[in-house]
Design a binder for this molecule. Structure first.
Ligand SMILES: [Zn+2]
Length: 426
């Protein structure tokens, strides 16, 4: 017995006492440059996490995404997953973080892979998105053990690959293998950066598509003898600008997407290429091909079918306007929106814990972009899933990315409290 301290007090005290250890562990992960693409140093990082999980009493294994095309001898797709059983297997709460990071990019004033700790912050690519979140998940579980609190249910912690490129060899793979499933998993918390007090309950949908226009080549001095594919793409772009974009802006979802501007449907032109290569030697030719890639983010209320139908209609209308227009539409990627159901236990557990630790109510939000919740929901069939973790979402993918150490500690406490309530007997 530890005097009159309650179990919760003891767990909170263990987290405070472990702060330096948590910083060191995060720095250790940041120094492993798990850059994706191409997917560097995954084995090293998976084993770094796995060794620590083992020392925390987890049974650890390393699912490798055999058979996925991105899993190659030079860039193996290795995940790590640890299970610590309580008195009973269920309820089982799964905490997940991806350990891949986007490339550093330009504009850094510190070493992106140096793990600098300064002014209460940990700097480095992946500090907020989302290696600090992995630390928070692991130490939330460990603080419970150090405090001598025996749980009824069980805790699973995973570190997964490739979230930044769709998560197919990571969370999707674990779900396909049945490592996460409605038959064994009761709740999932993905510790992505959510600004400490936000709980992400889903995301908008994605429709990436490619449009190709085809013209007819002719001598550039007599363009009237050919059909210019770039000009034809211009007709489509003009349709988008004049009619589609205002329509998208006028649609607003009831889902609390943050930032609020992302509550509207959106479309981004990702890429365009037509005619001769700009840096190549030029010859006088009418461009006979033009290709463009579009990124349409759709609302739960729109759904995918009507989103795609609207694009088909737009192309047909452009073809009426310009009888010479010849085009092809190709679907590149479709992600359906996800939304954690009202009344989900993982949401109420986190809400209560945020209130208890931070002294203010949690904000329920949805994400403009997608994250691994889609795989948990659609493949594993576990809708009782949210994202909650340390770090400011705005700093993700930016130069001089950092995580505030205090935020990491607070989030760890929120996660630990939530684990205590979610693993209580059903
Ligand atoms: Zn992330």
């Amino acid at each position: 017995m530890t005097g009159t301290l309650t179990a919760v007090d003891r767990v909170m005290a263990e987290i405070d006492a472990a702060t330096d250890e948590m910083v060191d562990f995060t720095v250790g992960m940041l120094r492993i440059p798990t850059v994706n693409p191409p997917g560097d140093a995954y084995v090293e990082c998976a084993e770094f996490i796995g060794r620590r999980l083992e020392s925390f009493g987890f049974e650890v294994d390393y699912p490798v995404a055999e058979g996925r095309p991105e899993h190659t001898p030079s860039h193996p797709r290795m995940n790590v997953i640890g299970l610590r059983q309580g008195r009973s297997m269920r309820p089982l709460v799964h905490l997940n973080g991806h350990f891949d990071v986007v490339p550093a990019g330009d504009g850094w004033t510190v070493d992106p892979f140096g793990g600098l700790v300064r002014d209460g912050r940990i700097y480095g690519r992946g500090s907020c998105d989302m290696k600090a979140g992995i630390t928070a998940a692991m130490y939330a579980a460990e603080a419970i053990r150090r405090a001598g609190v025996e749980l009824h249910g069980s805790i699973e912690v995973s570190g997964t690959v490739d979230e930044e490129s769709g998560g197919f060899a990571g969370m999707a793979y674990l779900a396909e293998q049945g490592r996460l499933s409605a038959e064994r998993t009761d709740a999932v918390i993905i510790t992505e950066p959510t600004d400490t007090d936000r709980i992400y309950i889903g995301h908008r949908g994605v429709y990436w598509f490619e449009v190709t226009t085809r013209g007819r080549i002719a001598h550039g001095s007599m363009p009237f003898l050919g059909v210019n594919a770039i000009s034809q793409m211009g007709v489509i772009l003009e349709e988008i600008r004049q009619r589609l974009l205002p329509a998208l802006k006028s649609r607003t979802t009831d889902v609390p997407v943050m930032p609020p501007d992302a509550r509207h449907a959106t479309l981004n032109i990702n890429a365009i290429a037509g005619g001769q290569a700009v840096d190549g030697i030029q010859t006088p030719c009418v461009a006979d091909i033009c290709r463009a890639i579009f990124d349409r983010r759709f609302l739960a209320e729109e759904g995918f079918e009507s989103t795609r139908a609207e694009i088909v209609e737009l192309l047909e209308r452009a073809a009426l306007e310009s009888p010479e227009l010849v085009y092809e539409l190709r679907d590149l990627m479709i992600v359906h929106p996800t939304h954690t159901p009202d009344g989900a236990s993982v949401v109420s557990a986190l809400q209560q814990s945020v209130q208890a630790v931070l002294g203010r109510p949690a904000v329920l939000a949805a994400s403009p972009g997608t994250y691994d919740q889609k795989h948990v929901d659609r493949i594993a069939g576990v809708p009782n899933c949210v994202a909650y973790g340390p770090g400011m979402l705005d700093l993700a993918h930016q130069p001089d990315e950092y995580c505030v150490i205090d935020d990491m500690v607070q989030c760890t406490k929120v996660l630990a409290l939530s684990l205590l309530s979610l693993t209580a007997s059903k």
